[in-house]
Design a protein around this ligand. Structure first.
Ligand code: URA
Length: 422
């Protein structure tokens, strides 16, 4: 094969053959296809697409570029993946909850880049907690605790690691076949029997409209089905932040409220809906996750999961050096709170990073004291900005201009969970 022939074929709108796909992914992983060639191919895919079979083969080739975990467990294994959002801490309460219900939950996660936070960054605000585990430690923790949230090991889908970094700098991220194969290659390599996807739409999400989210969900589910995975997808609204907390330590604190049977209604609703879907796929639909939250069993599993990774679940979480409160300038009801603006503002306060190698601030973030539909009086706190770097407040404030509004009548708020695709 020649890389130029493969690029020309896709450039001219042809379907790539299985052999071409296997060859190009393998040769790129080995360094035999150059970055400039792969970026030309990625752009050709971006422009001309791939059909369902091509996308499934592309995914399989990326899985085969590295190792796959074999999860020996006497419990059914089930995983969740979210396409990312603002205040999306759902993995934190969900993994221990579903484990408490009897499944094994291997949740290999990433770090945040841009306005969406990373699960590992959030958990690292817990004193002592470590994200990097060996494969042996992952398997042992799945057996002993039932839930593990940790960094993906280097050996899983190395082709995707390389290709995603390349797409990031060549304007080729926003392609459904490339996104779907990227996500699914990692999830398939991780070896769970079942997978529930939370595909988000709205300003704070990757996909801005419900139609785009639906198309991505279809592509993801199609790849899963082609691999014999039990899979389903929830399409969920990400136009306002999820819960009240956006950031790192603040999201851990809110997750703990949920695990203690309390917490914001939207976070509880989505956690329970995803838990029910996961338990259904795992053949455990007779267990009631709501009872596990109320009884404290989910919290107990959380505490064991955190301790198993060196963390102290009872330790106080870091507090910010500086707090700036935005207050309501009138009586009324909150009519708007834009997820994207809140995500970017939290990121500017230090909760996120601009470059992969940057550190994040554990205590940075935003608390949304008043959300759409809630009444406020003049002087009530609306948004609380938290940071260790007070000089970042001005940038966050300028991001938030126009992002929230207080009016006279309560806004229409659509359903959080639009539909489920099976
Ligand atoms: N997340 C991924 O893992 N890959 C993509 O391509 C986009 C989002």
């Amino acid at each position: 094969f020649s890389a130029v022939d493969v690029i020309r074929a896709k450039r001219d709108g042809a379907r790539l053959s299985d052999d071409q796909i296997d060859w190009v992914i393998d040769a790129y992983t080995r360094g035999a296809v150059a970055d400039e060639q792969m970026s030309a191919l990625a752009m050709a895919v971006f422009l001309n697409g791939m059909d369902t079979d091509e996308t499934a083969r592309w995914t399989a080739a990326m899985v085969d570029s590295g190792e796959t975990l074999t999860l020996h467990s006497d419990r059914p294994t089930v995983d969740k993946h979210s396409t990312g959002g603002v205040g999306d801490k759902i993995t934190l309460p969900l993994a221990p909850l579903v484990a408490a219900c009897g499944a094994a939950v291997p949740q290999l996660s990433g770090r945040g880049l841009g306005h969406t936070g990373g699960t590992l960054d959030k958990l690292e605000s817990i004193p002592g907690w470590r994200a990097r585990l060996t494969t042996e430690e992952i398997l042992a923790q799945l057996r002993d605790v039932g839930a593990v949230v940790c960094a993906a090991t280097e050996g899983l889908a190395p082709a995707d690691r390389k290709l995603y970094a390349l797409r990031d700098v060549t304007g080729t991220v926003e392609s459904i076949p490339l996104i779907a194969s990227s996500i699914m290659s990692k999830k398939i390599a991780e070896g769970a029997d079942a997978l529930v996807l939370d595909v988000k739409f709205g300003s704070g999400a990757f996909m801005k409209t419900a139609d785009d989210a639906r198309a991505l969900a279809k592509a993801l589910v199609g790849i899963g089905v082609s691999r014999g995975l039990k899979i389903s997808a929830l399409i969920t609204d990400m136009s306002i932040p999820l819960g009240r907390a956006v950031g790192n330590a603040v999201e851990v604190a809110e997750s703990i409220e949920v695990l203690r049977g309390d917490g914001p209604a939207d976070v509880v609703e989505l956690t329970l809906a995803l838990a029910r879907e996961m338990l259904d796929l795992a053949g455990l639909s007779d267990v009631d996750p709501g009872r596990m939250l109320a009884s404290g069993e989910a919290y107990e599993t959380w505490a064991r999961m955190i301790r198993a990774q060196g963390g102290d679940p009872e330790a106080p979480l870091p507090e910010p050096k500086h707090v700036h409160v935005i207050k309501a300038d009138r009586d009324g009801v909150v009519t708007k709170l834009d997820a994207y603006a809140v995500g970017v503002a939290a990121w500017r306060l230090g909760a996120g990073r601009a470059r992969k190698e940057d550190p994040v601030q554990a205590a940075a973030g935003i608390l949304c004291h008043a959300k759409p539909g809630e009444s406020v009086r003049a002087g009530d706190p609306v948004l609380e900005l938290r940071t260790d770097t007070p000089e970042a407040v001005d940038a966050a404030l300028s991001t938030l201009v126009g992002s929230y509004e207080i009016g006279d009548t309560a806004p229409e708020i659509g359903p959080l969970i639009l539909e489920t695709l099976r």
